[in-house]
Ligand binder design. Structure first.
Ligand code: ATP
Ligand code: MG
Length: 285
């Protein structure tokens, strides 16, 4: 039987969330971090646990068919891969930072400067687009200390909260790219493997949609239903059930996490009572 081979980060910022996403998609596999290769028991999937930097190469070479890795790594390695799905975790940005007391009035200030980074390909490409000529120093780790030890005038590194930059006396001045974990695939998968990939993507989408939505139940006086239904569009329209109390109904619908609090305030203002909000496990639209 054909199996899809997936590469995941063995240990690091993406490991737990990658495994959790697969498990929420109903794919079970042993939780033994010491193994480099394992197999799902209920989906035709072989799992390879690797360093994130190696994942694009392994997928491009066909050792694995697909992989979960940061878009930043995909862009840096620049292999012939296609992004099958954005996964919404591991969000960060690749930014240029300078010593915090250094004046900076715009990207042109980087002309002739030395920039330390682990992302030399992305940074060169970016500077070229911007018409800047700077010297790039490729270093593999602890990039943020480079200005302090006189190795560089600026750095380009991954930032999520910015606290690492701050503790190293740096300030973020330019965002080069936004990143998140993505599912990448080889573009030339066999038909059987492409079908398995579609199945996997379908499941991952159902999990992600469910994570971004809540199921909401509330009671409302019947005369308020049309207005409330406008606030609660639901998947098609809300479900309306009569309550035993004369003149009242129960409305059920789905709301997006992003607009959630706004919607609740509007519902309260429109006379909704007994509002219940429950998580959704899977959502197929
Ligand atoms: P490995 O040992 O697998 O090579 P690593 O040390 O290179 O791991 P991690 O630090 O685990 O990598 O980061 C993996 C990915 O997590 C990054 O490539 C990036 O996409 C994402 N990420 C999210 N937030 C951050 C952050 N603040 N700093 C670094 N990476 C982040
Ligand atoms: Mg790495």
């Amino acid at each position: 039987m054909t199996k899809l081979k997936i590469a995941l980060q063995k240990s690091g910022r993406l490991s737990d969330k990658s495994a959790e996403l697969l498990r929420e998609a109903g794919i079970h596999f042993p939780n033994d971090g010491s193994k480099l290769r394992t197999e799902a028991s209920n989906f035709p999937l072989e799992i390879y646990l690797l360093r994130d930097d190696d994942i694009p190469q392994y997928v491009a070479d066909g050792v694995a068919d697909v992989g979960i890795v940061g878009l930043n790594v995909v862009a840096e390695k620049d292999k012939n891969l296609k992004v099958a799905e954005r996964l919404g975790f591991g969000k960060c940005r690749l930014s240029i930072a300078v010593p915090k007391n250094e004046p900076f009035s715009g990207i042109a200030d980087l002309n002739g400067k030395r920039i330390a980074t682990s992302y030399s390909r992305i940074v060169s490409r970016y500077l070229k687009e911007q018409g800047i000529s700077a010297e790039i120093h490729e270093i593999s780790g602890s990039v943020e200390i480079a200005p302090g030890i006189g190795l560089a005038d600026a750095i380009c590194d991954l930032v999520s909260t910015g606290s690492t930059l701050l503790t190293n006396g740096l300030r973020e001045v330019v965002t080069v790219m936004h990143s998140e974990a993505v599912l990448v695939a080889r573009p030339d998968l066999s038909r059987e493997k492409a079908e398995l990939l579609d199945k996997l993507v379908f499941r991952l989408q159902a999990v992600r949609k469910a994570r971004n939505h809540k199921y909401i139940l509330l009671n409302a006086p019947n005369e308020r239903i049309p207005e409330i239904a406008r606030v609660l569009p639901g998947m098609k329209s809300p479900t309306i059930l009569p309550l035993a109390t004369e003149g009242w109904s129960s409305l059920h619908s789905v709301v997006e996490e992003d607009t959630f609090w706004e919607v609740i305030e509007q519902l309260k203002a429109l006379g909704a009572q007994g509002i219940l909000v429950v998580p959704i496990e899977k959502m197929i639209v």
